[in-house]
Design a protein around this ligand. Structure first.
Ligand code: PEP
Ligand code: MG
Length: 412
């Protein structure tokens, strides 16, 4: 038992240099959990708001004004922490206190409990007796909301070393593909600056098709066969392109529009041509029926909801009913608190929806989500390949792979 004895917080910066909130929770006057909240650039319409009235200061002030509500609670009691948060902010999307505060308070409390129990966080979060390492899924090329003009409209091209037998091999392979892609980009464009998007993927001036073609070439140059040692994935982040007035997907950088039916065709061609193992938000965030069409058509691809399901269990229940996806992103700050996210994970697990625990484009250097990915039985961890805030999470996965309770890689 370890009761919370103090709670404090401050404004810090995230990887984009934007303000964010960090919270310290101490139990028994000595066991500290410290968590800094991330935030997204391509944000789902139905996710928790990061900060009330767009102000990290307001979120932090409301937390400090209500600090007493947390004192004396059992730090491992996720429900009690959730109830305390809800007593301050009963709104469904944490609009009064902000998802950043809910994220930081709930995870810091669990971390404080794990320190009191003298065990790693993933073990505090799950009573399982054996865990599998999720495969790292990393961004090799960025576009959309994560990179500037001239880059592809689609947000992310990702690589996953699905043939790897160990975490180290998986990370190494992703790094090799990322490096080889740079070589190719330099050879194609002598003016390529080596610029990178928000999550560390290269940000070249290329259209969508060419970007995928060169990504596949990077894998092949290294002697890999797509679908064997490595596979590619795409986060289409289609809500970025979706225009609710014209009912079309506007690919403004490439200069074309897709009707909903053309979008399905566009995505299907990419999945087939590049043997994509992973397709995230291939249609916009309210297109549950079209997602279901893709899920039925591509049972061997992780047809994944991110903005579609926003780590919200009620929305996931609807997606499950409609068979809209076979995989879902878990981002704790989309849900708000860790309690909300764990409920989402349990529902996904119960319905054989594969989980992918994910970073945000604006990240901290924390690595709690690596533990959350392990505890939720996530098949993949979408945490990038390079950049300090990304590598921190990968390195934690490496450290944890030495733990006795972690045996082998997940089955994707
Ligand atoms: C994503 O869309 O999957 C993502 C990580 O980006 P963001 O954090 O900007 O939502
Ligand atoms: Mg996404």
């Amino acid at each position: 038992m370890s009761k919370i004895t103090s709670i404090d917080g401050r404004i810090l910066y995230n990887s984009r240099g934007s303000d964010t909130i960090e919270v310290d929770i101490i139990s028994e006057n000595k066991f500290m959990g410290r968590v800094c909240a991330p935030s997204g650039a391509s944000v789902g319409k139905y996710e928790a708001v990061s900060f009330p009235e767009n102000s990290p200061e307001t979120g932090l002030r409301r937390l400090k004004e209500n600090a007493e509500k947390f004192i004396g609670l059992e730090s491992s009691d996720m429900t009690a922490i959730y109830d305390a948060l809800k007593s301050i902010d009963p709104t469904p999307n944490y609009s009064k206190i902000g998802g950043a505060v809910a994220f930081a308070v709930s995870i810091a409390s669990a971390e404080s409990a794990s320190r009191a129990q003298n065990q790693p966080l993933f073990q505090t979060l799950s009573s399982k007796s054996n865990f599998k390492s999720p495969f790292p899924l990393g961004n090799i090329l960025g576009g959309g909301a994560h990179a500037g003009p001239g880059t592809p409209d689609i947000q992310e091209i990702l690589v996953c070393a699905i043939g790897a037998k160990t975490v180290r091999d998986a990370i190494k392979t992703n790094l090799l593909v990322h490096k080889e892609l740079r070589n190719i980009l330099e050879s194609q464009d002598p003016h390529f600056t080596n610029g990178r998007g928000d999550e560390g993927g290269w940000a070249p001036k290329l259209n969508n098709e060419k970007a995928l073609e060169l990504s596949a070439k990077a894998c092949e140059n290294l002697g890999y066969t797509l679908g064997q040692e490595v596979s590619l994935g795409v986060d289409f982040a289609s809500s970025t392109q979706w225009n609710t007035k014209s009912n079309t997907y506007e690919y403004s950088r490439a200069g074309f529009e897709n009707s909903p039916a053309e979008q399905i065709e566009f995505v299907s061609e990419m999945i087939k041509k590049y043997k994509l193992i992973y397709a995230e938000d291939a249609v916009h965030e309210e297109a549950f029926e079209e997602m279901a069409e893709l899920t039925a058509k591509f049972p061997d691809t992780l047809i994944t909801g991110d903005d579609l399901t926003v780590t919200n269990k009620d929305i996931l229940a609807n997606a499950i009913n409609l068979k809209s996806c076979n995989a879902a992103i878990l981002k704790v700050n989309q849900a708000g608190s860790l309690y909300d996210a764990m409920k989402f994970a349990a529902l996904a697990d119960h319905n054989s929806i594969k989980l992918i625990t994910s970073h945000r484009s604006g990240e901290s250097t924390d690595s709690h989500i690596t533990h959350i990915g392990l505890a939720t039985g996530s098949k993949m961890l979408k945490i990038g390949i390079v950049g300090g805030e990304r590598v921190a999470k990968l390195n934690e996965l490496l450290r944890l792979s030495e733990h006795d309770l972690i045996c082998g890689m997940a089955e994707v």
